[in-house]
Design a protein around this ligand. Structure first.
Ligand code: FAD
Ligand code: SF4
Ligand code: SF4
Ligand code: SF4
Ligand code: SF4
Length: 412
């Protein structure tokens, strides 16, 4: 019997799935087993769209369809939890197993604590994550740095600090990520700052770090992070879908070292990126200048996991004059004041901004200042955010009694 804190190497018993999977297909097998066994009603995963730069979400109810979601898409910058909130009624009465990178896992918690997702109905299969590359940037980087037509690439991977591509002619080309990032290519800026490398908020945390010896490349290192995760793992093994073995002890040490090195790199990137923002008034001026290009496309609000209000304050005429493009700074101030305590640095507001405004950089810098002041760390557990200290139970009662969707009615 598995228990929280256990570690195993795992791989699919089915040879086809083991081959299709990124590292032996354990994750796809666990998702498929959860569906086949009736533990969940649906699986939410990610699959290739028109090409490998186009990662699309897949909500699956036929177990056979899980097969086509196997494999890692490093240009998959999408965030899944808000889709569960928007299109699956927050898993209110549907059980869903979902794959989650660290930012997804944090978004899941922030939505759950705001009653927008029912975590009881979710099985979270976490993926370790060294970072993802914006699809547009990836194409540019492959054309300019790898001197390769991006449409001829059939596989991309990140391994041992290199971004590697494989072309139709089975040619392998790799360039060190450090070198790419020094020249402005590589992982998204928010990924460079990210310090959620092994998402232990999930029920299982899965990745290739630490898989050494004869299973290298053919198995996934699974850390059991909850009883729910242990139950699924044991059931999949007992059901004959998954095979496991003890990790090589040195593998465990290596995994720890890599995680620590990545955390240090995250700190270094934070320091470098925030230094360029300046401090106090200079930082404010810079943010005002950069956000002045905003065309109010609302993508930042639409895709932010912390933004879910039916009546958004940015659409209230007494706060932001309607029809004015570019909108006044108040538009951004509203977001900063509502979100900054809970920003999980997922990068959606930057990645999808029509004007390429580094919104995530600004919000994350504010969040870390708030964290220093109040000690609230978003996305790691079900603790309520700073603003929730303002009579949260009373607010909750008001929401239930009035049907209001805004947690803090500052005009009341
Ligand atoms: P598979 O059976 O191949 O299943 C993979 C699952 O991941 C599928 O359900 C698929 O839908 C889902 N998926 C694919 N792309 C995405 C995406 N972009 N977002 C969300 N879900 C996705 N492991 C490490 O140890 N170190 C790393 O640095 C690391 N970086 C990663 C970066 C990214 C962007 C991704 C997606 C994964 C990363 N992993 C990393 C995890 C690793 O690549 C494998 O996914 C993991 O070992 C499981 O392998 P598997 O064969 O069991 O999974
Ligand atoms: Fe991975 Fe973190 Fe980037 Fe999310 S923000 S894709 S978890 S590195
Ligand atoms: Fe993600 Fe941006 Fe929202 Fe922060 S503000 S949680 S980076 S979308
Ligand atoms: Fe986001 Fe604030 Fe609008 Fe709500 S009111 S959607 S928190 S900007
Ligand atoms: Fe403005 Fe960018 Fe937000 Fe669109 S995504 S509203 S352009 S800041």
């Amino acid at each position: 019997m598995s228990a929280k804190g256990d570690f195993v190497y795992a791989w699919a018993s089915d040879a086809g799935m083991a081959e299709r999977g990124e590292c032996g297909g354990a994750v796809s097998t666990l998702l498929k087993y959860a569906l086949v066994s009736g533990m969940v009603d649906a699986v939410l995963a990610v699959k290739k769209g028109v090409d490998l730069y186009d990662a699309v979400p897949a909500l699956i109810t036929d177990p056979a369809d899980v097969d086509e979601t196997a494999g890692s898409l490093h240009c998959g910058t999408l965030l899944l939890p808000k889709l569960i909130k928007k299109y699956c009624d927050g898993a209110k009465d549907k059980k869903i197993a979902v794959t989650l990178k660290g930012c997804d896992a944090k978004a899941m918690y922030e939505l759950a604590k705001r009653n927008q997702i029912n975590l009881d109905n979710i099985i979270m299969i976490g993926l370790n994550c060294g970072g993802s590359v914006s699809p547009v940037q990836a194409r540019k980087m492959i054309a300019e740095k790898f001197e390769t037509d991006p449409d001829t690439v059939i596989k991309e991977e990140i391994d041992k600090g290199q971004f590697i591509i494989v072309t139709e002619d089975h040619e392998h080309k790799g360039i060190k990520i450090d070198d790419l990032e020094e020249e402005g290519y590589g992982r998204r800026p928010n990924c460079q700052r990210c310090k959620t490398k092994i998402p232990r908020q999930c029920d299982l945390a899965c990745g290739n770090w630490g898989v050494i010896g004869e299973k290298a490349g053919q198995a996934t290192f699974v850390e059991v992070c909850s009883e729910k995760g242990a139950t699924l793992l044991d059931a999949a093994v007992k059901g004959g879908a998954l095979e496991t073995c003890e990790p090589v002890p040195q593998g465990l040490v290596i995994r720890g070292k890599v995680e620590n090195a990545m955390l240090k790199l995250g700190d270094k990137c934070r320091a470098e990126q925030f230094e360029k923002l300046g401090t106090s008034e200079d930082r404010l001026k810079l943010i005002m200048d950069k956000t002045s290009r905003c065309i109010k496309c609302y993508q930042c609000i639409e895709n932010c996991p912390i933004c879910y209000c039916v009546e958004c304050s940015t659409k209230k005429p007494h706060l932001v004059t309607p029809g004015e493009v570019n909108p006044p700074f108040m538009f951004h101030l509203i977001r900063f004041s509502h979100i900054s305590d809970s920003c999980i640095n997922c990068g959606q507001c930057e990645e999808l901004c029509a004007m390429d405004i580094p919104n995530s950089l600004f919000m994350h810098s504010l969040q870390l200042e708030m964290e220093k002041m109040f000690g609230f760390v978003p996305g790691v557990n079900m603790d309520l955010p700073v603003l929730a200290l303002v009579e949260e139970p009373t607010e909750r009662r008001r929401l239930t009694d009035t049907g209001d969707d805004q947690i803090f009615n500052i005009f009341a």
